[in-house]
Design a protein around this ligand. Structure first.
Ligand code: GLA
Length: 651
């Protein structure tokens, strides 16, 4: 009887085709973690970079922190297939070939990823794509020992995405090697609706770049897709930019925190041979990584978003809740939520662990922080021994700007401003004897205007203190505040910009240091157009065939702020869309000059076909000059604008 059953089972197994899915070990049960060179190097990739990265994964503790895939992006392949129709590696960039590279990476306990496009050529062109070569390419990758394939969307001949990506899925399956399939069609065909079962992750947006505006734009597209993510099928808001140099430490920590909350793939996009220790520490924050890698695989939901103040909540496998308080705005802001809204069991108190401070706090019911501009506070909230840690106290510095449109953090030397520091007790037990302190750079005048006299702060109660601060010198100093109480303390910091004095006489404005500037696609360039997100990659300034030796090139939305301190009388320049137009004949934007809060000149809509137009303004009595390029109301694609031959006249 027993033997018969076994035999019958064997017959069933031998005779019935077991669905392909059932044969496979599931892949990417948590979001893939690793590296991809594209954001750091673009096409300038070679095998040594990949080998060095694998070594650094081990020596810098990244492997131990969970980073596993070392991925090569576009431009690794030779231009032509070999006589058997197989892809081969570019002999200059990868002289040892991909198999040897995979062996090198595997020997370090890591995995190798590779790239091609579901089209006739890859996105960088000239390299062959996988369309109609799925079987041979998948087999080649498997033979080489590749573990991960990023499959892009360029040159797709208008063929349906589902068909193209499914063909590659099937080809990979046929090889028998487990290879993660990363669908990279930029969210164009709603891959979140069909990607599960085809690949393990799908890009939800166009390419990221190393700017705050692009990071936030992508966040906003990816966040609403939370319900589509889960173990083995992830939304991919693109690779990390942490460490590439275009954002502040606060912004990179936000980027990393929010990607982890969204259960995004964590693919390091910086050159690990050059990354700063502080940026490396962001990438190695194991408590934040643990949120990303939580085995429940839930993407954080947006609980609320009011005026750029966001609350993200992510449920974790052990029942804890991760809460990210994200401040999109340019000034510090209090952000809060309540434990009752998180769905934790009702208790007298909770343990709130700050995953960047690596410290526990005790909370009664409100989860709050004063979040710095562009910052994210990440808490892990649990029903632990709430009576042990110090009370959760949110504390922050605030000060108001005096000129409309100019961020308060620009504080010229010699001009006093008022700073207020507040503290609110969110703990269960009272905060006793809070004392405030404010520290400014040496030589600054800091005069107290009033200290909080309250001796006890009960749950929910606040106190504050005020100072008058007068900066000296110039630079980007930091103001530190703290509140100390019996058994604990809380502190906060804020960055300031103290601009230098305005120039004398007549100056080429591009050579005058600005107080603050930002562009929509990489930095504002000097004496060249904006070529891309990296900086220094533009061409000589040129508007409809008219070339200019000097000026600024930016990509909308652009803002450049100068401190002119009532010393300047006039500014003038030529504006228009730069001739750097790619193959697309596109681009339209408006250019404006503002003096303090007043708009002084507006170019009207300028398109790529328009001649340069002169823009000038009287600056008499103004403290700040602000140059603005808007996207002209039709998205900012190709909006590369020039401020050509700008001249600032001062006393
Ligand atoms: C596309 C992808 C990028 C990168 C490049 C390579 O733009 O979206 O992530 O792979 O191609 O050419």
């Amino acid at each position: 009887m027993f033997t018969k059953t076994i035999t019958a089972l064997a017959v069933v197994l031998a005779g019935v085709a077991v669905p392909a899915e059932a044969q496979e070990a599931p892949l990417a049960l948590t979001p893939p973690m690793g590296f991809n060179n594209w954001n750091a190097t673009g096409c300038a990739i070679d095998e040594q970079t990949i080998r060095d990265t694998a070594d650094l994964f081990v020596s810098q503790g990244l492997k131990a922190a969970g980073y596993q895939y070392v991925n090569v992006d576009d431009c690794w392949a030779a231009q032509d297939r070999d006589t058997n129709g197989r892809l081969t590696a570019n002999p200059t960039r990868f002289p040892s070939g991909i198999k040897a590279l995979a062996d090198y990476v595997h020997a370090r306990g890591l995995k190798l990823g590779i790239y091609t496009s579901a089209g006739t050529q890859t996105c960088a062109k000239t390299m062959p794509g996988g369309l109609d070569h799925e079987d041979v390419d998948a087999q080649t990758f498997a033979d080489w020992g590749v573990d991960y394939l990023k499959y892009d969307n360029c040159n797709n001949q208008g063929r349906p995405a589902l068909e193209r990506y499914t063909k590659m899925r099937d080809a990979l399956r046929k090889t028998g090697r487990p290879i993660v399939l990363s669908i990279c069609e930029w969210g164009e065909n709603k891959p979140w609706e069909w990607g599960a079962g085809v690949g393990q992750l799908w890009r939800t947006t166009g390419d990221i770049n190393d700017t705050w505006s692009k990071t936030v734009e992508i966040l906003k597209k990816n966040a609403p897709l939370a319900s589509f993510a889960g173990p083995g099928h992830w939304n991919d808001p693109d690779m990390l930019e942490v460490g590439n140099g275009g954002m502040t430490h606060t912004e990179y920590a936000s980027h990393f925190s929010l990607w982890a909350m969204m259960a995004a793939p964590l693919l390091i996009g910086a050159d690990l041979r050059k990354i700063s220790p502080t940026n490396l520490d962001i990438l190695r924050n194991r408590e934040v990584i643990a949120l990303d890698q939580d085995r429940l695989g839930v993407q954080a939901q947006v609980q609320s978003m009011v005026d750029g103040r966001w609350v993200f909540v992510k449920t974790l496998a052990n029942g804890d809740k991760a809460v990210a308080l994200f401040n999109e705005t340019a000034v510090a802001a209090p952000i809060s939520t309540s434990v009752s809204s998180l769905g934790l069991p009702r208790r007298p108190g909770y343990v709130v662990r700050d995953l960047w401070q690596h410290k526990d706090f005790s909370a009664a019911g409100e989860i709050a922080a004063v979040v710095p501009a562009h910052g994210t506070v990440v808490y892990r909230v649990s029903a632990g021994d709430w009576w042990r840690p110090q009370p959760l106290v949110s504390s922050g510095l605030s000060f108001a700007g005096s000129v409309p449109g100019i961020p308060a953090k620009i504080t010229p030397a010699g001009t006093p401003f008022e700073v207020s520091v507040s503290a609110t007790n969110h703990g269960v037990l009272p905060v006793i004897n809070p004392r405030f302190d404010l520290r400014a750079p040496a030589g600054w005048d800091v005069s107290p205007l009033g200290q909080a006299s309250r001796f006890v702060l009960r749950t929910g109660e606040s106190a504050s203190a005020r100072w008058r601060v007068t900066p000296v010198g110039s630079g980007t100093p930091v103001l530190d505040s703290s509140v100390t109480f019996v058994g604990g303390s809380a502190s906060s910091q804020t960055d300031l910009i103290v601009p230098g004095s305005p120039p004398h006489g007549s100056s080429a404005l591009g050579d005058v240091p600005s107080a603050l500037e930002s562009g929509g696609y990489g930095p504002i360039e000097r004496d060249m157009s904006n070529g891309g997100p990296k900086g220094g990659d533009g061409k000589p300034l040129s508007i409809n065939g008219v070339h200019y030796a000097k000026g600024m090139g930016g990509h909308a939305p652009t803002e450049i702020i100068y401190y002119v301190g009532e010393q300047c009388s006039h500014v003038s320049m030529f504006v228009g869309i730069d001739d750097e137009r790619d193959e697309k004949q596109a681009g339209a934007a408006t250019f404006q000059i503002w003096a303090d809060g007043v708009q002084k000149a507006d170019s009207g809509l300028r398109t790529w076909q328009d001649d340069p137009v002169e823009l000038s303004a009287d600056l008499t009595g103004a403290r700040f000059l602000r140059l603005v390029e808007t996207d002209g109301g039709n998205t900012n694609s190709y909006d590369r604008g020039d401020w050509a031959m700008p001249v600032l006249t001062c006393s």
